[in-house]
Design a protein around this ligand. Structure first.
Ligand code: SIN
Ligand code: CO
Length: 375
């Protein structure tokens, strides 16, 4: 990735942005994407919200009531009615242009990027004053939205509501965002965005796995790989007057066996790669309906190149390659090509003839599974 000054970051280099703002303080970038036009129409967004493989929430703030409805959505409230919004998660998984927009944020690693959420709101619509536990870039795509934000420490929520609303919201700054403007907010920064007329906002969100979740996942992963040979034996067993008691000798013997369970950084790398490359449960791949034969595929790939499916998550660490929750050990000779595919999400046709037989086999399997596509 070239680390030059980006208009997307208001003329900062990614390095400057990460050092000064990331996780630290908000940044308002006027015309981060000059002349930005919405990538999907309102109707296309509503159509996504009706699908059962797309996560969405309809939030209505009618009168003083807050209501939330999870998707798949049926009818939307009338467009003339004020005060409602629909939020559609993971749009980058379903639309090439949305995916391309997400790619502009790849100065941040894929392990941290989550998804592109698009919200549509009628006048005064919004999700109320709240905070998120992750960083977010809020790009205004259509119409105007008034953001009020504040660094408050009091993150108490109103009880009994279907969504997280701050009890004592104390905004300190206010901005009206026009199409192309973008606001970066660090985690836990209080904010409230209210539509000023019909509007659409794109949120580029980040993943923040909880350590508890990682710990539980890691122990499950290790359970599949530990090896403790032998069975309990006690040739020195002593008679007992407390038959129900677990003896000290037994405890010590089992403890010394269990202490043999060790994990190395490599185990953590494999766990993390499988965990972070696992697609969300709502993700289904679209295998080609009439796949080419392996030979035809190789010819077509050499002509056209291959790209990762929008839905594919591909990562690597050292000699380990991870794709959609699976891990592979790469041969030294294959590493350059496979890591190029992961970093660039595509291989040019001219690169294909240098692929080993193993790599061609893997590419073909991934093609049949819908994980990669002919470019
Ligand atoms: C929205 O687009 O209305 C909400 C985004 C957010 O506040 O995180
Ligand atoms: Co938010």
């Amino acid at each position: 990735m070239p680390m030059k000054k980006l208009p997307l970051l208001g003329g900062l280099t990614p390095r400057q942005f990460l050092r000064e703002y990331w996780h630290k303080k908000p940044l308002l970038i006027r015309q981060a994407i000059p002349g930005f036009q919405p990538l999907l129409s309102r109707d296309q967004l509503f159509a996504l919200a009706r699908r059962d493989d797309v996560e969405s929430r309809l939030i209505c703030h009618f009168g003083r009531q807050w209501q939330m409805r999870h998707g798949p959505q049926g009818d939307m409230p009338p467009l003339e009615k004020k005060g409602w919004t629909i939020l559609v998660q993971g749009v980058n998984l379903h639309d090439d242009k949305a995916d391309a927009l997400m790619q502009q944020f790849r100065f941040i690693p894929d392990t941290r990027l989550d998804d592109l959420m698009i919200s549509y709101a009628t006048d005064t619509g919004g999700v109320g004053p709240h905070f998120d536990s992750y960083d977010v870039f809020l790009l205004q795509a259509h119409g105007r939205r008034r953001w009020r934000i504040g660094p408050q420490k009091d993150l108490t929520l109103v009880e009994g509501l279907p969504l997280k609303i701050l009890k004592n919201f104390q905004p300190e700054q206010e901005f009206v965002l026009e199409p192309g403007d973008m606001l970066y907010l660090p985690p836990h920064y209080a904010h409230d965005g209210i539509a000023a007329g019909e509007c659409m906002t794109y949120s580029i969100g980040f993943r923040t796995p909880h350590y508890q979740e990682l710990g539980e996942g890691f122990l499950q992963f290790m359970a599949e790989s530990i090896e403790l040979p032998g069975v309990y034996a006690d040739p020195d067993l002593q008679e007992t007057r407390h038959p129900a008691e677990i003896s000290k000798a037994m405890l010590a013997r089992v403890a010394s066996e269990l202490e043999k369970i060790r994990f190395r950084e490599d185990d953590i790398a494999i766990f993390l790669g499988e965990y972070l490359s696992e697609p969300k449960p709502t993700v289904f791949f679209d295998p080609p309906p009439r796949p080419l034969s392996p030979a035809r595929f190789a010819q077509a790939a050499a002509r056209r190149g291959v790209t990762l499916s929008r839905k594919t998550r591909m990562l690597y660490r050292g000699r380990h390659l991870f794709i959609n929750g699976e891990s592979f050990a790469m041969d030294r000779a294959d590493k350059a090509l496979l890591t190029a595919l992961a970093d660039r999400r595509r291989l040019h046709g001219t690169e294909i003839p240098s692929a080993s037989e193993d790599v061609m086999d893997a590419l073909y399997t991934w093609y049949r599974d819908g994980w990669i596509e002919l470019a």
